[in-house]
Design a protein around this ligand. Structure first.
Ligand code: ADE
Length: 232
């Protein structure tokens, strides 16, 4: 993998990475600033996509078309969908699905995009293996899980909505960009990995928890992403 695209939805999720980059060249496309350069000797393009699936999809396609990235990593935070996944823990994607895709009126299962072969989009197992190994070394105080990431254009802050998503998708965490990045990677035939640190439990306490734990969670995800690059 010669050049890697690193996407964060929010500035806080990528600012630490940008600060450590060398030989930086900044290009603006679709109102997004793409930071091209080196990070720990690796050629990378780091970018803030903005929040939600449309921003993430546009951003990912630009990374492929304009910058020719050969893999994409998404670093960020998420709400936990499982009791055993605690605030601060990391979830690495096995696959990604859009929990708000609903063509059930035509007989499709919830999440299935009509007329596409795949139900969910598979993340790269080698990237996930590496991330898991590195995470255990650099974030030894937290747990790391591998499972499905469910994405939608909603901040999930209700127990009943959370339970519906759990029942329908068997996801490990919920966020707002991963499935768009995974789908774009799939369409372009390149590997991807979603790395999410848990900021809240996606239930009625989510908004308050998010405010409190956002910063700490971001540090775990960024720390992992940065250290992974050293071994890629
Ligand atoms: N990102 C972090 N927490 C989230 C939640 N509860 N829902 C959607 N995206 C999130």
């Amino acid at each position: 993998m010669n050049k890697i695209g690193i996407i964060g939805a929010m500035e806080q999720e990528i600012s630490l990475l940008k600060e450590k980059m060398e030989e930086v060249c900044i290009t603006t496309r679709a109102s997004m600033e793409f930071y091209e350069g080196r990070l720990h000797g690796k050629q990378v393009v780091v970018v803030r996509s903005g929040i939600g699936k449309v921003n993430a999809g546009v951003c990912a396609q630009i990374l492929v078309d304009v910058f020719g990235v050969e893999a994409m990593i998404n670093t960020g935070i998420a709400g936990s969908l499982k009791n055993e996944i605690n605030i601060g823990d990391i979830v690495l994607s096995t696959d990604v699905v859009q929990h708000d895709m609903d063509a059930s009126g035509f007989g499709y299962p919830l999440g299935q995009i009509p007329q596409m072969d795949a139900f969910s989009f598979e993340a790269d197992a080698h990237l996930a293996d590496l991330a898991e190994r590195v995470c255990k070394r650099v974030n030894p105080e937290i747990q790391v899980f591998r499972g499905r990431v469910a994405s939608g254009d909603q901040f999930i802050s209700s127990r009943s909505v959370k339970e519906e998503i759990k029942k329908n998708f068997q996801g490990f965490c919920v966020e707002m960009e991963g499935a768009a990045i995974g789908q774009t990677a799939y369409l372009n035939g390149i590997p991807f990995l979603i790395i999410r640190a848990i900021s809240d439990k996606a239930d009625d306490s989510a908004s308050v928890a998010y405010e409190t734990f956002e910063k700490q969670a971001i540090l775990h995800s960024v720390n992992l992403t940065e250290n992974m690059l050293k071994e890629l």
